[in-house]
Design a protein around this ligand. Structure first.
Ligand code: HEC
Length: 448
């Protein structure tokens, strides 16, 4: 019974790291290792790709804007960058699959320079002051805070030290507004792993059970009367149909401004579900957290940001026999296709500005192809899925969408740890193959 996956009208957008820029430093290719230095060769790379987190007071465990700590961690820097664990950026960005704005990815030349620096003894060079990126500020914003909440680890293999909790909030807006940017102030930064804010229409049908979203959320909330909110993992809780995901936040991100002069509609009466992932591994003691999501609103925008969330693997739960993933396999693939016409009909001037891949913990690889007819090209490629660093990736150049555009998504999972077929679902034990896509449509086309 689940409808198509279109969430037209109101939807939102999301999240790039707001910092960094697209300049890449000149590769010191012709240099020998011994002449590669921290100040002349590494710092320009770190300024662009690392310092937003690796600075005094930043979220990373050490700073890279000073020679001392950089030299001390040189070996780890080589390991982490060569394995592409750091900087956190999963989308293949070597030119084989789109160009992304604010890309954190290191080029092969930059990786070679880092290797040369470490191999050459991690030399200092001639000191200069580092340009530490300052994060922009949001300005006036609507502030929505989660209730004071004391997280408790859920236990089990996948959530031994974690709690994923959803809270229902009211935007309080009286007229249609558009979200044009956001920021998140974690109450207890040490335990806040990530924050999502989703818009949910309480009167719309839920994804399962023949209830409305409002009824379903009331029922979920009632299951733990002594604690605020309800458990959730993938999205807004089992069965809740999400209209848009305007806030996707992980530490280090700073202020996010939606690209392309877009804003995501916020309709009066639609609710905001904030999902907080608390990680208590290093802080098992009693903690009470209140986290604040800040939304910058505008009463009109030139282009409407439209979120479409689509996941036929998940929707197969409504089939008589849901699709399952075969257990015990190092690679199990699920592929789905969609005509973009199903989302937008013949609306002209639609563009795809960005997308966020999403799977759970068994995810290995992710691929989205997009094109006209059967002529599809790469729109997203992830070779090494990292559940812990999820984000929206925005293209440097928007991708045009027509009524003959088609897309195809392939998720690849490792089920070697499973002995029973894996069902789709919103929980830790289940899997998803979700594409969260952010489109722009001229407001005039929508009569807004
Ligand atoms: C978005 C924030 C962010 C950016 C950008 C970033 N890091 Fe990190 N880095 C972290 C965090 C947080 C950790 C702590 C470990 C973790 O949570 O994964 C870390 C850990 C590390 C570690 C230690 C890994 C370990 O053994 O624990 C190294 C080395 C590292 N980063 C190097 C880099 C380099 C080099 C860059 C840039 C090329 C970079 N990082 C960019 C956030 C970031």
């Amino acid at each position: 019974m689940r409808r198509t996956a279109i969430f037209w009208a109101l939807f939102t957008a999301v999240l790039p790291l707001a910092c960094g820029n697209d300049k890449s430093s000149d590769p010191p290719q012709s240099q020998t290792s011994a002449s590669i230095t921290y100040y002349q060769d590494m710092l320009p790379i770190f300024e662009q790709h690392c310092l937003q987190c690796h600075q005094d007071g930043g979220i990373a465990p050490f700073r890279l804007d000073q020679y001392g700590p950089a030299k001390e961690h040189a070996g780890e820097i080589l390991d982490e960058t060569s394995q592409r664990v750091m900087p956190p950026w999963s989308a293949t960005s070597d030119g084989s699959c789109q160009q992304f704005s604010h890309s954190l990815a290191l080029s092969d030349d930059q990786l070679a320079a880092i290797k040369g620096w470490v191999d050459g003894g991690a030399r200092e060079g001639t000191p200069r002051s580092a340009e530490v990126p300052e994060l922009p500020t949001l300005g006036d914003a609507l502030e929505l805070s989660t209730p004071a909440f004391s997280p408790v680890a859920q236990g089990g293999d996948l959530t031994q030290f974690d709690e994923y909790r959803c809270f229902l909030l009211d935007s309080g807006v009286k007229d249609l507004e558009f979200i044009t940017g956001y920021d998140v102030a974690p109450g207890t930064p040490a335990v806040i792993h990530h924050v999502l804010a989703m818009v949910v229409d309480p009167d719309a049908p839920a994804d399962i059970d023949g209830q409305t979203n409002g009824e379903l959320m009331t029922a979920l909330d009632a299951e733990s009367p002594d604690r605020d909110g309800w458990p959730c993992f993938g999205m807004a809780g089992d069965g809740v149909a999400v209209e848009s995901v305007p806030v996707i936040w992980a530490p280090g991100q700073g202020v996010v401004e939606y690209p392309g002069g877009t804003g995501v509609p916020l309709v009066p009466g639609h609710r905001i579900v904030v999902q907080v992932h608390y990680n208590l591994a290093d802080n098992p003691g009693a903690i009470t957290d209140t986290t604040t999501v800040r939304l910058r609103l505008a009463s009109s925008v030139e282009n409407v940001g439209v979120f479409v969330l689509d996941d036929p693997l998940l929707y197969s739960l409504n089939d008589a026999v849901p699709h399952t993933l075969e257990p015990g396999q190092p690679s199990v693939k699920f592929t789905w296709q969609r005509k973009l016409k199903d989302y937008f009909g013949d609306t002209p001037n639609v563009q795809l500005l960005g997308m966020m891949p999403h799977m759970h913990q068994r995810g290995r690889k992710y691929r989205m192809n997009l094109g006209t007819g059967s002529d599809l090209g790469c729109a997203m490629d992830v070779q090494s899925w990292d559940f812990h660093w999820q984000r929206m990736y925005f293209y440097s150049q928007p991708l045009p969408i027509t009524s003959s555009s088609n897309l195809e998504v392939t998720c690849d999972y490792d089920t070697t740890g499973d002995t029973a077929p894996v069902l789709p679902g919103w929980g830790t034990r289940n899997e998803m193959c979700l594409a969260t896509m952010y489109f722009s449509i001229p407001a005039a086309e929508l009569g807004l």
